[in-house]
Design a protein around this ligand. Structure first.
Ligand code: ADP
Ligand code: MG
Length: 698
């Protein structure tokens, strides 16, 4: 149970001043959470400051500079009656000069109250020369002596979303800060004092109420403190999961390797060196009496499915079962299609189980799984539903493409006794990040591509030239080639996106007729399958798609990939999409259509794709360019990302956070000491509730 002391932070954001249900929706968008809470706002970091500390006299004011000046109000000059749209001017002065304040659409009574003639006021804003006169249009702040005492001279600026302004956020933030309770220190006290890091509450205050612009730099002590908190929470959660898995001692599963050999013999090719290495790693892990936690990282098309199948064959030979879980229906079917013929030759019984299966057939699969008549099941989330029972599940293979979190992995492993875990991931993650997202896992990398792959010719083309692209597609179609045309899903509303994809489809359909098909996420599964099948068989040759095809379509005959609005996609995502072509022996092309003008970063990103097909290198470059935890497109995929830690800056603390987490659990595995209790607060604050359940489960 969450300690009551934390309750004010977990109250709805609507409990803050000025936040009603309407703004709450906007905050939801801003903070990436359906029902945002006070803590989510507090962890929304400022992106800059407005510095009002410059206090020149009027004859010292630099045009364009933000200043706060102290002036006496001399005269009001309302718009003349014959020109009601002219601005309302107010002349002010100090003993060095005059400053005219200019207001458009002003309300006279309001201005007379705000700036009474003869009174002294503090005015803050940007001054410019206009007609040789010093002017300030719509000052940001006008306060009297009393107001000046409370005026923050350094104001934080936040990333916003349309409809929310800085005033809204600052006001809500003030309210949020007032709710932060005094909390016991969860970090190592000696370390915190040696590094001069402020306590949690103070760090929040310093970031949201900066005294100096440098207070909100990611390198500041306050930000570092919060980043370390976030990293520690993440590492502690991962360590708890690992400890939990280790507690249930593993079971060695070894076999002579006969079934493995049969599968390999059924392959129309030999394994690459790195596939063979991964297989060796896995076979060794499985034989050990500890549980396996291994990550197989490999680019799209590097051949992970076969590695997974061979791993499964190892436990199946020992009379046990394996499961492969994929993030989408399409991908599950794809795996199944690859695996089934090979399994048949080797005498392995496989079944496909997805959310779509119902009734008798589903019942039959469930019965046979429970009896152990099915050796290997391939499926989606459907696999961790309660009614799915295994006879003896030994190996859970999760092809996660970053779509599953820790708890889903866990859910599947709880379906057996000391289940070994193999995670497949298609976006190569830089080593620095593996730790962050996967914790303490062993890693096998598939760095080589299967032989015979031809390089993909990648080009960037301005969207204005879409007509030329359509012409080229027309030629390719008449030569019997197959192409994908991907439309982005980026608008706020899925409806608008879909409309864009449908419009493109209509447009292409007018030109190329029944050779064109459309798939998108809102289609019924059966329709989607039918469209995919038509494309796979060559009945249609141009598949217009939203990003649903990103994960797992394997049509080796497809050789052209068009990506519309490539500038809107992440680098990793573009790389994934491109990986849908270049799978067969034909020469492949990828056309990245972009809408200019491109910013520097967008240019650099597209250039990397032109230059390289090495997913590991692309991932490193992506990290360098973004310098953020959003590398994997975490927002879209729901992977727990970071609110506070910036990996290029705070990544260096990752090792320390991991060591701390390990030490903490060695000394206090149930988090029961005083510090342990404080650490529970930390886990809640950073949304690691599921890890706390593992503590309780013991
Ligand atoms: P991934 O899951 O890593 O994206 P897949 O396992 O789907 O890749 O493999 C991509 C394609 O490469 C499949 O058609 C598969 O049959 C083929 N393949 C896998 N390993 C090899 C290999 N060693 N030599 C040749 N082709 C291979
Ligand atoms: Mg695959």
């Amino acid at each position: 149970m969450r300690a009551p002391v934390l309750n004010p932070l977990f109250a709805s954001i609507t409990s803050l001043p000025g936040v009603g249900p309407k703004l709450a929706v906007l905050y939801g968008k801003l903070l990436g959470r359906d029902e945002p809470r006070v803590i989510d706002l507090l962890l929304h970091m400022p992106s800059g400051t407005i510095d009002r500390r410059a206090r020149p006299r009027l004859n010292e004011v630099q045009p364009g500079q933000i200043v706060t000046v102290s002036v006496t109000v001399e005269e009001h000059r309302p718009a003349p009656p014959n020109r009601p749209r002219a601005p309302y001017r107010i002349v002010t002065s100090d003993d060095t000069g005059t400053l005219t304040l200019t207001f458009f659409h002003a309300r006279r009574d309001h201005l007379e109250k705000l700036l009474p003639v003869g009174e002294k006021r503090y005015v803050s804003g940007t001054a410019e020369f206009y007609d040789g006169m010093l002017q300030m249009v719509h000052p940001d702040r006008v306060v009297d002596e009393k107001g000046f005492a409370d005026l923050p001279l350094v104001e934080p600026v936040y990333p916003l979303t349309e409809g929310l302004n800085l005033g809204n956020v600052r006001r809500a933030m003030d309210g949020a800060l007032a709710r932060v309770p005094a909390l016991p220190e969860w970090q190592d006290e000696a370390w915190v004092s040696r590094e001069r890091l402020p306590p949690f509450a103070e760090a929040l205050r310093s970031l949201h109420k900066p005294q100096e612009p440098s207070d909100i730099a990611p390198e500041s002590l306050a930000w570092t403190r919060l980043a370390f908190d976030e990293l520690l929470a993440g590492q502690l959660a991962l360590a708890l999961m690992r400890a939990h898995m280790r507690r249930q001692a593993g079971r060695g599963t070894s076999s002579e390797g006969l079934l493995r050999a049969k599968v390999m013999k059924a392959l129309p090719y030999t394994l690459t060196h790195s596939q063979q290495q991964a297989v060796n790693d896995i076979v060794n892990d499985l034989a050990l009496p500890q549980r396996m936690l291994r990550l197989v990282q490999g680019d799209v098309g590097s051949g992970k499915t076969v590695v997974a199948l061979i791993a499964a064959a190892t436990v199946i030979e020992a009379g046990r079962q394996a499961a492969i879980m994929a993030p989408t229906e399409i991908l599950a079917r794809q795996h199944f299609a690859t695996i089934e013929p090979l399994a048949k030759v080797a005498g392995i019984h496989v079944a496909l189980l997805t959310g779509r299966d119902r009734g008798g057939e589903r019942k039959a699969i469930l019965d046979r799984l429970a009896l152990g008549e099915i050796d290997l099941v391939v499926g989606t989330h459907a696999l961790f539903q309660d009614e799915v029972l295994f006879h003896d599940l030994a190996l859970a293979i999760v092809d996660e493409q970053h779509r599953f979190g820790v708890h889903q992995r866990l859910a599947l492993t709880q379906k057996g006794d000391a289940v070994d875990v193999l995670v497949l991931t298609a976006t190569p993650i830089p080593r620095t990040l593996v730790l962050t997202y996967f914790g303490d896992m062993d890693i096998s990398e598939l760095r080589e591509k299967p032989p015979g792959r031809q390089p993909i010719d990648t080009r960037t083309i301005a969207l204005d030239r879409v007509g030329d692209v359509e012409d080229a597609i027309g030629r390719a179609i008449s030569e019997g080639k197959r192409a994908y045309w991907v439309c982005p899903l980026v608008e706020e509303s899925e409806k608008i996106d879909l409309a864009a994809a449908e419009a493109r489809y209509e447009d292409l359909r007018r030109r190329f007729g029944s050779k064109v098909d459309l798939v998108h996420g809102k289609m019924k599964a059966a329709e989607k399958d039918a469209a995919m099948a038509r494309f796979a068989s060559g009945q249609s040759q141009l598949l217009v798609a939203t990003t649903v095809i990103e994960v797992g379509v394997d049509v080796p005959e497809a050789t052209i990939m068009v990506i519309e609005h490539a500038e809107r996609f992440g680098l990793a995502q573009l790389h994934q999409l491109r990986g849908r072509v270049g799978r067969g022996s034909g020469k492949s092309t990828c056309l990245l259509l972009y809408k200019g003008p491109l910013g520097e970063t967008a240019k650099a990103r597209l250039a990397i794709l032109r230059e390289s097909e090495d997913g590991f290198r692309i991932a490193e470059e992506d990290l360098r360019l973004r310098g953020e935890g959003d590398l994997l497109g975490t927002r879209q995929s729901g992977l727990p990302g970071f609110s506070v830690a910036r990996l290029e800056i705070h990544g260096k603390y990752l090792g320390a956070a991991r060591d701390d987490a390990k030490l903490i659990l060695e000394r206090d595995p149930q988090l029961q000491t005083e510090r342990g209790q404080a650490l529970r607060h930390l886990l809640y604050l950073f949304g690691k509730d599921e890890a706390i359940k593992l503590v309780r489960a013991g």
